[in-house]
Design a protein around this ligand. Structure first.
Ligand SMILES: C[S@@+](CC[C@H](N)C(=O)[O-])C[C@H]1O[C@@H](n2cnc3c(N)ncnc32)[C@H](O)[C@@H]1O
Length: 312
């Protein structure tokens, strides 16, 4: 696959809000856990002074190539080809706690727009969807071997797809006839199983989101990196997370709530008398993109930013 990344730029979401709420010291050590095309990283580098350091992490080889370019231009920056839930290794390498960790979750515009990456239900390409195409199995490989029930569960759990069983049945019927290997083949098959659905929304939207989350283990990675952040942030260090759907945001919201001493107690919550020590303090409330940004960046529509500071 050729790298057409340069043609497919990514516009960073809530850039000013992130810098306002997250950035605190010019000589700090920051980690951008989702480097992408470096929109947030570049803006942060402008704020850092000569002693400041920034490590960008990405699991996508094309994002890493963009990071190598930035590293060659700015000695304060380094790129790490890794999953962000290997955060302790990155911190060990650098040898100092983190003053700020940013996670701008989900996929980048180049990942969605380049048909060959296999994320898009609008462009024909191999049915892949791996952020790191050198690791694990593609969606096509998984759909060829998974149980019908497992497929339905993934579509329901990660895509909130009410017609998950019908789609899973169609997938299993189709794969007896021919392998499902192309994005448009799957998108058409989903449409034939459940019809056109909501106006203005492609019927494959929910299923593609679900398959992408599953194949990349996105929610597990998020849960793990949040736990790791408690051990790797410096006291006073800040965590900023931009989520793009309610499953991610719920994980982030509950994590910050529970570690800021606000976990409910009694029925459905922590056992009475079981205190969870406060380790985080939320910085402001969850915020959404401004009206001005919504007009120019359609990706910002579903974005939610939450920031918290490590206090213990
Ligand atoms: C929304 S984009 C980030 C865009 C970036 N903030 C910018 O301004 O260019 C998300 C990026 O995170 C990467 N990513 C997602 N999950 C990851 C994980 N678990 N580990 C490392 N990188 C991940 C994706 O490959 C993608 O490049």
């Amino acid at each position: 696959m050729t790298d057409k990344g340069a043609q497919y730029e990514h516009q960073p979401v809530m850039l000013e809000e992130v810098l306002d709420m997250w950035f605190s010291r010019g000589d700090g050590f920051y980690v951008d856990g989702t480097f992408g095309r470096g929109g947030h990283s570049r803006a942060l580098l402008e704020k850092l002074d000569a002693q400041g350091r920034l490590a960008g992490i990405d699991r996508d080889p094309q994002a890493v190539a963009a990071g190598e370019q930035l590293a060659s231009e700015d000695g304060r920056f380094q790129i790490v080809a890794s999953r962000f839930d290997c955060l302790p290794d990155v911190v060990d390498q650098v040898g100092r706690p983190i003053d700020g960790l940013l996670l701008d979750l989900g996929v980048s515009s180049p990942q969605l727009d380049v048909a060959g990456r296999g994320f898009s239900f609008l462009r024909d390409g191999p049915l892949d969807m791996r952020m790191d195409p050198t690791q694990g199995e593609s969606v096509a490989q998984w759909l060829a071997r998974a149980d019908e029930q497992d497929i339905a569960n993934v579509l329901y759990r990660y895509g909130d797809e009410r017609k998950s069983r019908r789609i899973a049945r169609r997938i299993c019927e189709e794969r007896k006839e021919q392998p499902i290997t192309r994005t448009l083949q799957l998108a058409d098959l989903i449409e034939s199983a459940i019809g056109r659905g909501e106006p203005g929304k492609h019927p494959a939207t929910r299923s593609f989101q679900a398959l992408r989350i599953h194949i990349n283990g996105e929610l597990d990675a998020l849960t793990q990196v949040l736990e790791q952040s408690l051990e790797t942030l410096a006291i006073g260090g800040r965590l900023a997370i931009i989520s793009f759907h309610s499953l991610e945001d719920r994980i982030v919201k509950l994590f910050i709530r529970d570690h800021s001493g606000r976990a409910p107690k009694g029925r459905g919550g922590l056992p009475l008398g079981d205190e969870m020590p406060q380790r985080l303090e939320p910085i402001g409330k969850a915020i959404r993109a401004s009206k001005a940004e919504l007009k120019v960046n359609v990706r910002s529509r579903s974005a939610v930013l939450r920031v918290a500071e490590k206090v213990a």
